[in-house]
Design a protein around this ligand. Structure first.
Ligand SMILES: C[S@@+](CC[C@H](N)C(=O)[O-])C[C@H]1O[C@@H](n2cnc3c(N)ncnc32)[C@H](O)[C@@H]1O
Length: 280
C-alpha cells in the first residue's frame, strides 16, 4: 500500500502538483472509501482498487482537479458536491464566513450573491442554524450543483443575475448581511491548469476583473438595511480599488480591506450607511 502511495506521489510531483503526497492519499482514500487517516494502518488492496487508483492518479496527473475526481470539495465543516459546471470553493473564501459570523445576530437574513456550489451560504447555515440564507446564482450549469447541495437544508436558492436591478426586490432594505465571492480574475491572467476546469464566467470578469463588482455593490446597497454588513472577496490586485469603489459610492461606512492567511489582500468589508445616492 505504501509503495503505491509513493509511486503516485512521484507521478503527481512530476506532473507539477505541489501537494502530490496529500493528493495521492486523498485519491486512494476515495477509492477505498475510507478516511485518509485509515491509510496509515491499511495493508492490503484488491487488484480492482489498485487499477482504479492508477486510473484516477493519471487523471490527476493530467491536472484534472482533485475535487472533480473525488466529487466533493471541503469547505469549513462541509463536504460540497462539485464537478464540471460549478466553481470549486477555495479555502480563502472561508474567511468571508468568519467575517459574517462575527456580526450575525440570531434570526438574521443573509444573502449570498454569486453562490456557485452554495459554499458560503451553506456554511453560514451550518454554523448559525436559524439564520435565513438566500443564495443567488445565474449559471445554468452551476444551479443544479447548488440545488443538490441545498437539498435537505434551509438554503433558499434563487436563480438570478446580480446585474438585474430588480433582483430580490421584495427584500430591499431588509437584509442584515450580504456576502459575495463574485468572478474577479482579470482576463488574460495566467491561471493554474486546475482553474481552467472552473466555468470561465465563474472566474474571469473582464479585462480588469471588475466587471461584476459595481453590480454586486449596488445590489448589496439596495438589499441591506442601514447598519447592514457587506463582505466582498476580490482579486489581490484590487486591494486599493475595491475599498475605493465602496468608499466613493456614498452608501457605505467603515470600509476596511482584509488579508487572507497568506497575507494577500483578499476581501473588503463595509457597513451600509444612512446616505443614499441611488436616486442621483
Ligand atoms: C468565483 S465563483 C464563487 C462561487 C461561490 N460563491 C464560492 O465562493 O465558492 C462566482 C460565481 O458567480 C456566478 N456568477 C457569475 N456572474 C454572475 C451574475 N451576473 N449573476 C449571478 N451569478 C453570477 C458564477 O456562475 C459562479 O458560480
Amino acid at each position: 500500500m505504501q509503495h503505491l502511495i509513493r509511486d503516485a506521489e512521484a507521478r503527481l510531483f512530476a506532473a507539477g502538483i505541489g501537494s502530490a503526497r496529500v493528493d495521492a492519499e486523498l485519491v486512494l482514500a476515495h477509492v477505498l472509501a475510507v478516511p485518509r487517516t485509515a491509510l496509515l494502518t491499511a495493508t492490503a488492496i484488491s487488484t480492482a482498487d489498485a487499477d482504479r487508483f492508477a486510473e484516477l492518479v493519471e487523471r490527476r496527473a493530467n491536472r484534472e482537479p482533485l475535487q472533480h475526481i473525488v466529487g466533493t470539495a471541503p469547505f469549513r465543516h462541509l463536504e460540497l458536491a462539485v464537478g464540471p459546471g460549478v466553481f470549486i470553493p477555495r479555502p480563502e473564501t472561508e474567511l468571508l464566513v468568519d467575517a459574517a459570523l462575527d456580526v450575525l445576530e440570531a434570526g438574521a437574513t443573509v444573502v449570498d450573491l454569486c453562490a456557485g456550489s452554495g459554499a458560503i451560504g451553506l456554511a453560514v447555515l451550518d454554523e448559525r442554524p436559524g439564520t435565513r440564507v438566500i443564495a443567488v446564482e445565474h449559471g445554468p450549469a452551476a444551479l443544479p450543483w447548488l440545488r443538490r447541495n441545498a437539498a435537505d437544508t434551509a438554503l433558499e436558492v434563487v436563480e438570478g443575475d446580480v446585474r438585474d436591478p430588480n433582483l430580490l426586490y421584495a427584500l430591499y432594505g431588509e437584509a442584515d448581511v450580504v456576502l459575495s465571492n463574485p468572478p474577479y480574475v482579470p482576463e488574460g491572467v495566467t491561471v493554474d491548469p486546475e482553474v481552467r476546469a472552473d466555468p470561465p464566467d465563474a472566474v474571469f470578469a473582464g479585462g480588469d476583473g471588475l466587471a461584476l463588482l459595481p453590480a454586486v455593490v449596488a445590489r448589496a446597497a439596495e438589499l441591506l438595511h442601514v447598519g447592514g454588513f457587506l463582505a466582498l472577496e476580490h482579486d489581490d490586485s484590487h486591494a486599493d480599488l475595491a475599498p475605493l469603489i465602496l468608499a466613493t459610492d456614498g452608501r457605505w461606512r467603515d470600509v476596511a480591506g482584509h488579508r487572507d492567511l497568506t497575507g494577500r489582500p483578499r476581501y473588503t468589508t463595509a457597513v451600509r450607511a444612512e446616505a443614499d445616492l441611488t436616486d442621483r
